[in-house]
Design a protein around this ligand. Structure first.
Ligand code: CP
Ligand code: NVA
Length: 312
């Protein structure tokens, strides 16, 4: 009997040891290839002979290029398509697409408008499926963020991450990760843009330490990391109302000064300079956003290697 494929759909679905194993694998792989060309293959080549399909229903720079680079570094091959180029964009069902691609590739990464579509794809697929961002979460991003944090500040357990801004999909994946990695999460957001209550309740049940506030100054006070994201996510309705509500949540140098003196600043990018973050902060000495972007490659390689280690 064939094994169930190892999907990576959301951080909360995985146990702490599995997630920690991925972060440590990412660190090892990154260290082992320092100074190498981007297309050179890791010594163990865990994706040799394997292929990854990437499907995009929304725009992407980092996710697209980091999965491409990562899969090649693992010794595998990639195929990329936007859903509008596929029959998916003309009404072929998610399930039929998943069944067909499962006969043609060894794993699928999807960036979807609706989270349910990624779940449906995974249920119908017989190969691993990876969530490359949905309206509800962005798990690969947070794996890269944890890797980045630990490179600069050491073990994340017991330290405080302050999320400032919209309680959106990226914030949700921080909520999903808080208990498994043992960090404290402060969320400073306007009441009308609070995170998903189901996510918060699940995290609380798992023992996550999460504090909510509508005061950005209270949220960042003493934090070891300040994180923000765009005020208007892809597909968001009512951009003007969101921009108005989020105006007091800009991360500027006065706000950063309230965090721990060694706090780092993270942003998944793309940034809207002058909105959620000032140039002074994103280009300043505490900003680690370029390491964070690069770490998408290393973190996702660990996710892919874990998926492939499960066999088919
Ligand atoms: N952070 C992130 O996922 O970037 P892209 O939208 O460019 O993939
Ligand atoms: N919250 C943003 C993240 C982009 C990487 C969005 O969904 O558009």
């Amino acid at each position: 009997m064939s094994q169930a494929p190892r999907h990576f759909l959301d951080i909360w679905r995985h146990d702490p040891a599995t997630l920690r194993g991925m972060i440590e694998d990412a660190k090892r792989r990154k260290a082992a290839r320092r100074g190498w060309g981007q297309a050179e293959v890791d010594a163990d080549a865990p994706a040799r002979g394997k292929s990854l399909a990437m499907i995009f229903q929304k725009n992407s720079t980092r996710t697209r290029f980091s999965f491409d680079a990562g899969m090649r570094q693992l010794g595998g091959a990639v195929t990329i398509a936007t859903s509008s180029d596929m029959q998916l964009g003309r009404g072929e069902t998610i399930e039929d697409t998943a069944r067909v691609l499962s006969r043609m590739v060894d794993a699928v990464m999807i960036r979807a408008v609706h989270h349910e579509d990624v779940e449906r794809f995974a249920r119908a697929a017989s190969v691993p499926v990876i969530n490359g961002l949905t309206d509800r979460s962005h798990p690969c991003q947070i794996m890269a963020d944890i890797l980045t944090f630990e490179e600069h500040r050491g073990p994340i357990e017991g330290l405080t991450i302050a999320w400032v801004g919209d309680g959106n999909n990226v914030c949700a994946s921080f909520i999903h990760a808080a208990a498994a990695f043992g960090f404290k999460l402060h969320i400073a957001c306007p009441t009308i843009l609070h995170p998903d209550l189901v996510d918060l309740a699940r995290a609380e049940q798992s023992g996550a330490q999460i504090e909510m506030t509508s005061d950005p100054r209270a949220g960042v006070a003493g934090a070891d990391c300040v994180v923000t994201d765009t005020w208007v996510s892809m597909g968001d309705a009512d951009a003007t109302a969101k921009m108005d509500a989020l105006e007091p949540y800009q991360v500027d140098s006065r706000l950063m000064a309230l965090a721990h003196p060694e706090a780092i600043f993270l942003h998944c990018l793309p940034a809207h300079r002058g909105e959620e973050v000032t140039d002074e902060v994103i280009d300043g000495p505490q900003s680690q956003v370029w390491d964070e972007a690069e770490n998408r490659i290393h973190a996702q390689k660990a996710v892919l290697a874990w998926c492939f280690a499960g066999g088919r």
